[in-house]
Ligand binder design. Structure first.
Ligand SMILES: C[S@@+](CC[C@H](N)C(=O)[O-])C[C@H]1O[C@@H](n2cnc3c(N)ncnc32)[C@H](O)[C@@H]1O
Length: 179
């Protein structure tokens, strides 16, 4: 009897593991199809990126394509900004909410439908094609003085606003101050 229970428990465990992996992989593919794969940034790199942004307490920090929310969470924790993370992947949004324990807001939304006009800091780590598509809205709705932080890719359409580049591998970070 005991070996049978152990065998069934193991089978059940395998089933859950397989189901979990399938759901996770499906949503990773979903992220890619929607525009950008999920590529998390390491904590050490995020610290360096944020340090160079000189965030001010109380400012509104919005991240488009926030993944598990690690950038927003760190910005809120270290610099006391108000954090909002946007992502299309529902699993990542739920996970971000759990990890942030209410200290930041996470919304499941397509970045093309996001109102980021009130952002003081707009953080982007998305594929260049997505940013290109976002550019007209970005130029139209962003306020003067807003800092756009693009991790990974330059934004050609904002060339004249480039304020700083922090070089790193595999991705550099580009800071644009809109005037
Ligand atoms: C390169 S990851 C960035 C992860 C996070 N910023 C980090 O550095 O750890 C890109 C994120 O964009 C999300 N994404 C892709 N297409 C999107 C869309 N159309 N709208 C909103 N989020 C999207 C993906 O789900 C993924 O989490």
């Amino acid at each position: 009897m005991l070996p049978m229970i152990a065998y069934l428990s193991f089978l059940l465990f395998l089933l859950f593991l397989l189901a979990g992996m399938t759901i996770y992989t499906t949503f990773l593919i979903y992220s890619s199809i929607k525009g950008a794969p999920y590529v998390p940034t390491r904590q050490k790199k995020i610290l360096r990126i944020l340090e160079n942004a000189h965030l001010k307490k109380g400012g509104l920090f919005v991240e488009l394509g926030c993944g598990d929310g690690r950038v927003v969470r760190l910005a809120v924790k270290k610099y006391y900004v108000r954090g909002v993370g946007i992502d299309i992947n529902p699993l990542l949004v739920i996970w971000s909410r759990i990890l942030s324990r209410g200290r930041a807001t996470f919304i499941r939304q397509n970045v093309y439908n996001t109102d980021f006009s009130k952002a003081d800091y707009l953080y982007i780590f998305l594929m260049p094609k997505m940013v290109e598509k976002l550019l007209p809205k970005l130029k139209k709705s962003i306020r003067n003085g807003t800092l756009i932080i693009s991790h990974g890719f330059k934004i050609d359409g904002l060339k004249k606003y480039l304020a700083k580049t922090v070089r790193d591998l595999p991705f550099s970070t580009f800071y644009y101050r809109l005037k």
